[in-house]
Write a protein of this length. Structure first.
Length: 427
């Protein structure tokens, strides 16, 4: 039976505990798992049989989270990791080595921008930033060493929906997978339906939804033929010394088209250890159960807030898909279902000073470096989340001195608007 997303969020991957019949997912707070025999242990370590070895690599609670998120995205498998940043890093490291490059959108979260521009550069991996307004910019930046395209569905802070289908089509023509960070649009967008190969999440945000837990996820769509492009992906198609010369595209065949994710789990996660704790996985499973309802309310409230702010004399511009025009609005309508998301930016007259005064005057909104909480949040990106960018990079990312980012929560909309109104009155 095929279920809708709202049902999958509650039921995918788990019905009840086999031993106790408990309906809630158990927290398997264990490091290790007893092997049935020496042969069983040998098979697990040689990957001739899949099973639990050590919680740094896999865990039964994490497994249920992974299955549920994969089902929601219509993917084939997922991998839970310690943070969204770890997910971003692994998504590239899994197929890139020193001397390789990947092409990514200029419209990125500041932490991801710095990770790609500086940290990966130190590893010898080049990030080539392009303007996503013209999908052909990805083609023009591609060469024989390009291993992936990378973008955010609803990029922070421009909030112009990425042209997933157009860039994915270019990539498939050239044998290049599109990796999409879908953190800001879970439920609202299913990138695999538009040709993306991999999705990633900072589960810390909307999936968790309550500002309590850090975690990340990679999801494999199982729809990219890594083997057909063996020259472009030697890490998946040539012998890997990590496992006595295993070739991942061959090793994964009995399990399904999961070569990419299998390699990420048993090499990157095993060796660098950015594992999600079972307790955190449990928290995210709880968050998933109400995610469809919360996203609906987030979107409703954000639409109302955007409408109010767009008419306010002290707000020169509102950045939200609902008020965009042209291609940006076309993409929003094409790729987002049942809402435009809860994130928005506003340009306040008076620049940095006015932006700071506005945030300091808010009473209901929390001033925190996060998005996607059930509660409403606000921050000044130029001096916080994107402060590591230089002036030119800030402009390229869409961050001006007067830009304020809002994450609209699920409170009563009258209270949200009242707080915005009183804060603007003090600017």
């Amino acid at each position: 039976m095929t279920h809708k997303i709202e049902t999958l969020a509650l039921h995918a991957g788990f019905r009840s505990d086999d031993r106790t019949n408990a309906v809630a997912v158990p927290i398997y707070q264990t490091t290790s798992y007893e092997f049935n025999s020496t042969k069983h242990a040998e098979n697990l370590f040689q990957l001739s049989e899949l099973g639990n070895i050590y919680t740094r690599i896999m865990n039964p609670t994490n497994d249920i989270l992974e299955k549920r998120v994969a089902a929601i995205d219509n993917g084939i498998a997922a991998l839970a990791v310690a943070s969204g940043q770890a997910a971003s890093l692994y998504s590239i490291q899994n197929i890139c080595v020193a001397g390789d490059n990947f092409v990514c959108s200029k419209h990125l979260y500041g932490g991801t921008w710095n990770l790609f521009k500086n940290t990966l550069k130190d590893m010898g991996i080049e990030a080539r930033f392009v303007n996503p307004s013209d999908p052909n910019n990805f083609r023009e930046a591609t060469d024989e060493k390009t291993r992936a395209y990378y973008a955010e569905t609803l990029p922070n802070p421009s909030f112009e929906v990425f042209p997933i289908g157009e860039v994915a089509e270019i990539g498939r023509e050239l044998g290049i997978p599109l990796i999409v960070d879908n953190t800001a649009a879970p439920i609202l967008c299913r990138p695999f339906e538009h040709g993306a190969a991999i999705t990633i999440y900072s589960a810390t945000k909307f999936i968790g939804g309550h500002g309590t837990t850090i975690g990340g996820l990679l999801v494999d769509g199982g729809n990219f033929d890594w083997e057909s492009h063996s020259d472009r992906f030697p890490k998946l198609n040539k012998p890997d010394p990590n496992y006595h010369g295993v070739v991942w595209t061959e090793a994964a065949k009995p399990l399904g088209p999961i070569a990419y994710l299998l390699k990420a789990r048993v090499t990157l996660l095993r060796d660098s250890g950015a594992a999600m704790s079972p307790f955190n996985a449990f928290q995210f499973i709880q968050g998933l159960e109400t995610l469809p309802l919360r996203m609906e309310r987030h979107c409703q409230n954000a639409m109302a807030a955007a409408n109010f702010l767009s008419k306010h004399p002290k707000v020169s511009r509102v950045i939200h898909p609902s008020v965009q025009r042209g291609k940006a609005k076309t993409n929003a309508d094409k790729y987002l279902r049942n809402g435009y998301g809860s994130l928005m930016g506003i340009e306040i007259e008076g620049g940095k000073k006015s932006g700071h005064r506005f945030i300091d005057s808010l009473k209901l909104f929390y001033h925190v470096a996060n998005i996607g909480d059930a509660r409403s949040l606000a921050i000044h990106p130029a001096t916080t989340t994107h402060s590591q960018l230089d002036e030119h990079e800030l402009m390229a990312a869409g961050v001006t001195p007067g830009y304020v980012r809002l994450s609209i929560g699920i409170e009563n909309i009258d209270d949200i608007i009242s707080d915005l109104e009183q804060a603007l009155a003090k600017v």
